[in-house]
Design a protein around this ligand. Structure first.
Ligand code: HEM
Length: 162
């Protein structure tokens, strides 16, 4: 086998190194930015305006539940959950107005476990994440919440940016 000139091999090696640097340093930009939603923002996506997507939040994660319009759309059985963070309602499987809140104070161990499984097996498995509630990412004083971790879910593509 004829030996390749050393210079030629070096050029190839350099090209490979440059390429791998590019891959490491330039993450592919996400097609859509992830949003931070205030309670007011989220209300705009409660399903009442048929021209808009339907969003709801569980545990501070905002899901686009538009493909579940038969559940969450205008006049649908779970429409009360749309346009807000209704973690408590999902944990208790309740549509009682006082449970339509992010507040999980006083939930039983069983309710918290049920919340986890619905969050994972229904919401994360079925619906794309479009953002997070401001309450989840920011502390009460507006400073960043250091405990915040982006969800590890397949259709959330820019998690590395957080
Ligand atoms: C008589 C009472 C109820 C019945 C018969 C019922 C029935 C159902 C059925 C059949 C499904 C599955 C639909 C499917 O995957 O094709 C479902 C899903 C669901 N139910 Fe209920 N339900 C009831 C009460 C409630 C209440 C009070 C809540 C309050 C939060 C609730 C929350 C949900 C949620 C979050 C889903 C998942 C929807 C999705 O896939 O996005 N359900 N229910």
């Amino acid at each position: 086998m004829a030996a390749l000139p050393l210079g030629f091999l070096l050029v190839i090696l350099q090209a490979l190194l440059c390429f791998s640097d590019d891959v490491k340093l330039k993450p592919k930009p996400a097609s859509k930015p992830v949003r931070l939603f205030t309670e007011e923002d989220l209300k705009n996506y409660n399903g009442h305006d048929e021209g808009k997507p339907v969003y709801m939040a569980v545990k501070g994660v905002v899901f686009d539940v538009s493909k579940g319009k038969e559940f969450y759309g205008k006049g649908a059985p779970y429409n009360a959950l749309a346009g807000k963070d209704c973690t408590r309602a999902v944990a208790k499987m309740s549509l009682d107005p006082e449970d339509l809140t992010h507040d999980t104070t006083g939930l039983t161990e069983e309710q918290l476990q049920s919340l986890e499984s619905v969050f994972k097996d229904t919401y994360k498995a079925k619906y794309p994440i479009v953002g997070y509630t401001a309450r989840r990412i920011l502390n009460e004083d507006g400073s960043p919440n250091k405990d915040f971790k982006p969800e590890d879910q397949p259709n959330f593509s820019i998690k590395d940016e957080f």
